[in-house]
Design a protein around this ligand. Structure first.
Ligand code: UDX
Length: 464
């Protein structure tokens, strides 16, 4: 049987010799991966693969980041990541480098560099293209390059062009795509228990390479889908835009609940009992944030506009989110019963959700901006995201603890569902505040503790 250049060592090898032991087989199925891009996706992916027994060399052009990793620290906050990085490095399954060249013997490169919004629009492929070109120039033809970065739908076309250009000079590595579906704050769990593993081929002859990348996740026993890379890019975008649609739907329902006296948690619980709808991602809050969902609710309508395809439903999701954030501020003003201009508001939670120090597209910062525009003075507190919030918006006053944030405030707004907001000392908050309103947009506070402190609690979409 001819040996495929893409098989994992130890698989599909016909042999007359006795079967190797389980331990020996596991040893054989371990491969050396070269992973480019030590951001949140790259580091979680690297640790996930190392824990499956693969050896992972992590490369990044940011020498400070690599030095931090080599010193046993994580440059980003993700629950469990630093401990896992240390354990895998100590076990000899991870190492770090600024060298952009795949180590000799590495079978796969996993590209996890960013596709940020830039002058060319959302999901710019500039960094991905530059890394893939460099890998195509130096890696041997049997090497497989897997792009895990989120791509626009035209991304595969651009990667195909790079491969075609390189093939003029002779055989070169296969390039496949492998989008991630990992949430920040739950990244390690989402790697370990994926809903699915999806890989995409640029050219039909690279199907086997795409399957080989899917096989790297084999021990996770996840459902696998191998398809053309265009469909795969759309799977990733459509998944995130659909999730955003569910949340936006719940957020609009929450406002209807506020106006009618219904409770959005009961409504979404009842709606979600229908298996065709499901209850996940129907939790109403202050809006959709993070690096993926907001960006992709803009990227998909831009694509359909370019194609001349009317997609009024898809186009509305981003607008719904912006209008929801404005409505949250409007509701705060109505509850306050005094002009927002000149008032002082404490914002508890700045991260876009709990479990991360990421403030990209954070609804908390959008609310702060709206309040500033209305002439409100805002003091923010976050247990993890104070530094990132300050870097993102230097005009935001950051307090070291909730009580300091509440000093002289007419109202306290809970914007992130940090578990520690359940045990805030509301007596001390009451003493520090000038007013008595607590507006919880995440349904996280201890209702009886707020009431016992003599404060007035309002919860977005819920009845107290
Ligand atoms: C998302 C996708 O979930 C993940 O599959 C993808 O690979 C990366 O993008 P992430 O950006 O970490 O993950 O955030 P996510 O957990 O999806 O939350 C996005 C936003 O929606 C947050 O602001 C969150 O607070 C909000 N949200 C989420 C709600 O308001 N209600 C919900 O029910 C769920």
């Amino acid at each position: 049987m001819p040996r495929s250049p893409y098989h994992l060592p130890g698989q599909h090898i016909a042999s007359a010799s006795p079967q190797p032991s389980l331990a020996a087989r596991e040893q054989e199925s371990r491969v050396h991966l070269f992973l480019v891009g030590a951001g949140p996706v790259g580091l979680v992916t690297a640790v996930g693969f190392a824990r499956l027994g693969h050896h992972v060399t992590v490369s990044d052009i940011d020498a400070r980041r690599i030095a931090t990793l080599a010193a046993g620290r994580s440059p980003i906050f993700e629950p469990g990541l630093e401990e896992a990085l240390r354990a895998e490095t100590a076990a000899g399954r991870m190492d770090f480098t600024v060298d952009p060249t795949p180590p000799v013997g590495s079978a796969f490169s996993i590209v996890c560099v960013g596709t940020p919004t830039d002058a060319s629009g959302p999901l710019s492929t500039a960094q991905v293209e530059s890394v893939v070109s460099a890998l195509l120039a130096v890696a041997p033809p049997e090497h497989v390059v897997a792009v895990r970065s989120t791509l626009p739908v035209e991304g595969p076309e651009r990667l195909s062009r790079l491969v075609i250009e390189r093939r003029v000079a002779g055989p070169c590595p296969s390039v496949v795509t492998n989008p991630e579906f990992m949430r920040e704050g739950a990244g390690l769990r989402d790697f370990d228990v994926p809903s699915r593993v999806v890989t995409g081929w640029l050219f039909p002859e690279d199907r086997e390479a795409a399957q080989a990348v899917a096989d790297l996740y084999g021990p996770l026993n996840a459902p696998v889908l191998v398809a053309d890379a265009r469909s795969v890019a759309l799977i990733k975008l459509a998944s995130n835009v659909f999730l955003a649609t569910k949340i936006a739907f719940a957020n609009e329902l929450a406002r209807i609940c506020d106006a009618t006296g219904a409770d959005v948690d009961l409504v979404t619980a009842g709606v979600g009992m229908d298996d065709r709808i499901g209850k996940a991602f129907l939790s109403a809050g202050p809006g959709i944030g993070g690096s993926c969902l907001p960006e992709q609710t803009v990227a998909l309508p831009l694509l359909s506009a370019r194609l001349g395809i009317p997609t009024p439903l898809i186009d509305a999701v981003s607008r719904s989110n912006v209008s929801h954030q404005q409505a949250v501020v409007g509701r705060l003003g109505a509850l306050l019963g005094e002009p927002l201009g000149g008032a002082r508001v404490a914002l508890l939670g700045l991260a876009f959700k709990a479990g991360t120090d990421d403030v990209r597209e954070s609804p908390a910062l959008a609310i702060a901006r709206e309040l500033h525009a209305a002439g409100t003075s805002v003091s923010g507190y976050d247990p993890r995201a104070a530094d990132t919030a300050h870097r993102a918006d230097a005009s935001l006053e950051i307090a070291p603890d909730p009580v300091s944030a509440a000093r002289d405030a007419a109202a306290v707004v809970i914007a992130t569902e940090w578990p520690e907001f359940r045990s805030v000392d509301w007596g001390a908050m009451r003493a520090a505040m000038r007013g008595d309103l607590v507006y919880d947009t995440r349904n996280v506070v201890d209702r009886s503790a707020v009431a016992a402190a003599g404060l007035r609690l309002e919860i977005l979409g819920r009845r107290v």
